[in-house]
Ligand binder design. Structure first.
Ligand code: 5AD
Ligand code: FES
Length: 351
């Protein structure tokens, strides 16, 4: 398919039908026609602006543990990576991050970590309920990987509101090439459904340009997102991590990530869509470009600076030297520069 001749009607069609064919998806990813890409970009931005105005939601990210029992082939924190530096924040350190974040205006805390048995239900529920009591006006988002239904329920009952668990790929065959055999595609998908059934606002997502990704797997991702209708979708480029099996694999591209952000905005207009740190890592203005292609969330880092560089999912990650306040100010400034306004309110999903 040649996108350039009829690009505007093809893109209008995605916008109206909230659907896309595999052929059009392929054409969008392959085209080097500047006008087509610009039309895609401005359409996605228009849809975002209709819903959210020029507001970009800020979430404070706290990376609570770099330990992980899993061995995902792409991730720098995989258990077989002997060179990864492991740390865990104490309860107190987590509370200090929240307090710092709260004073900076954040009303959403995202607690993210590897799958670390240290943060069992007892410990994690204690942390969540403490934060919940202290900041009744804040949203608590967890991103702690796969856990049992009982665990997700207990954390929800303790006061968590949202859960981020990227599905990584909606193709079972592709999933099996990104993960060791002790991890299961079916379980991951079941976790996402369980989270939704419990009542969490749920985020799924995938890497752009992950090894063995094809147009078919991306098409499955898009169709999965259309069907599942998550409240959030996190996508960012794959960036090789040293000392992992995929260390020498080519990285994802900024261009493909931006185009997919726009497609996701068009097929799921109300979604909360972050301009990710990975995108900012591959391009000095990556997050700004993400916003211009329809993203509406940024997640400045609130983690203690002395551990930042150790939460090393991929190489050359940005924002590892900055204090929470600096990262917040930097983010705000960047967003203001391109004509948008940051908001720190809870920013819950609504249809
Ligand atoms: N490059 C980019 N993103 C990565 N993730 C894990 N490893 C990498 C990498 N090398 C993403 C995964 C995971 C999220 C926390 O980070 O999608 O779900
Ligand atoms: Fe973190 Fe710029 S956004 S330092």
């Amino acid at each position: 398919m040649n996108l350039s001749e009829t690009h505007s009607s093809i893109i209008d069609d995605i916008r109206l039908s909230h659907d896309i064919s595999k052929e059009v998806l392929e054409a969008i990813l392959a085209t080097d026609d500047k006008a087509s890409i610009e039309y895609l970009r401005s359409s996605a931005r228009e849809v975002a602006t209709q819903r959210f105005g020029n507001k970009i939601f800020m979430r404070g990210l706290i990376e609570i543990s770099s330990h992980c029992k899993n061995d995902c082939l792409y991730c720098g924190l995989r258990r077989s990576n002997r060179t990864a530096v492991r740390y865990r924040l104490t309860d107190e350190q987590i509370y200090e991050c929240c307090e710092k974040g709260y004073r900076l205006g954040f009303r959403t805390f995202v607690m993210q970590g590897g799958e670390d048995g240290w943060f069992d239900d007892e410990r994690m529920c204690r942390i969540v309920s403490t934060v919940r009591k202290k900041y009744p006006d804040c949203a608590i988002t967890l991103s702690l990987g796969e856990r049992s239904q009982e665990s997700y329920q207990a954390l929800f009952d303790a006061g968590a509101n949202r859960y981020l668990l990227r599905h990584e790929t909606a193709s079972p065959e592709h999933y099996a090439r990104l993960h060791p055999s002790d991890m299961s595609f079916q379980n991951r998908m079941e976790c996402l459904q369980t989270l939704k059934d419990i009542g969490y606002q749920v985020g799924c997502g995938f890497m752009v340009g992950s090894p063995y990704q094809t147009i078919d797997t991306i098409y499955s991702d898009i169709q999965f997102i259309r069907g599942f209708k998550p409240q959030m979708v996190g996508i960012g480029p794959f960036i090789p991590a040293h000392d992992t099996p995929f260390a020498e694999m080519p990285q994802g591209t900024v261009a493909a990530t931006l185009r997919l952000l726009a497609v996701i905005r068009l097929i799921h207009p109300s979604v909360l869509l972050p301009a990710t740190t990975a995108l900012g890592t591959l391009h000095p203005r990556g997050r700004e470009l993400g916003i211009q292609f329809g993203a509406n969330v940024v997640m400045p880092n609130l983690s203690p600076v002395d551990h930042r560089k150790d939460y090393s999912i991929y190489d050359n990650k940005i924002c590892t030297g900055e204090e929470a306040a600096e990262c917040r100010a930097c983010t705000e400034q960047r967003i203001r520069k391109i004509g948008f306004e940051t908001v720190v309110s809870r920013g819950d999903y609504s249809e």
